[in-house]
Design a binder for this molecule. Sequence first.
Ligand code: MF3
Ligand code: CO
Ligand code: CO
Length: 261
Amino acid sequence: MNITLKSPSEIEKMREVGAATARVLEMIEPYVVAGVTTEELDNIMNEYMQTKENAKSADLGYQGYPKATCISINEVVCHGIPSQTKLREGDIVNIDVTVLKDGYHGDSSRMYIVGHTSPRNELLCKCAQEAMYEAIKTVRPGSNLADIGAVIQKVADKARFSIVRDYCGHGIGAGFHEEPQVLHYRNNYNVILQEGMCFTIEPMINAGSYKCKVNRKDGWTVTTADKQPSAQYEHTLLVTKDGVEVLTLRKDEDFPRIISN
Ligand code: MF3
Ligand code: CO
Ligand code: CO
């Protein structure tokens, strides 16, 4: 396996692009309202990355992907393609952005609730966020990548939700998707973490079955097989000498940027 360890100068670039990625998700928040199309949101973010962050979308053109961001509503699990679809009151929406700046990638996503939604939808979003946060807390040199899946499994089981198995987190750096794969369910993929590794944790939690299907027409849009809703949060992380740094942390979050163990 080829897991890259980032040098101090690479870590500085990962911090820069991570901060820019966080700002995209902060900037777009007031625009996520009923009536806006996901294409309008995509255009605003694409423009912002280029003009305000001196960066670009890593999604656009990635394996032929047609847009700058992924916007996934309700039963869409991930890779929702921005379109003329308008957001509606009560929708739960994931916006996932991957920014490329100075040769390095930052990848993060969060849920936005359009107005008010059902208690079940709220719990689902909270569960995905808590699963990600609890998993981040396990990250330090010497810990095992499998601990991440174990913790997420505990959080999802407790809420009686399911975990998507078809998509996982990933190493990140000069490459968008680097090794290792980060599984979000209980597993035996034993990899010991080392200082300088960067990877994402991005659990997708389903209200019903874990099963997903990919839209056959567009080749991208992933929905739950049972049409029940799905929620996801994602951060890009750095393994530090004694813990973890959340490179894509936003101002709206009640979570530490740096955890030292
Ligand atoms: N951002 C996604 C991830 O978390 C990947 C999106 S690839 C795209 O890994 F082509 F769909 F944009
Ligand atoms: Co990712
Ligand atoms: Co992403």
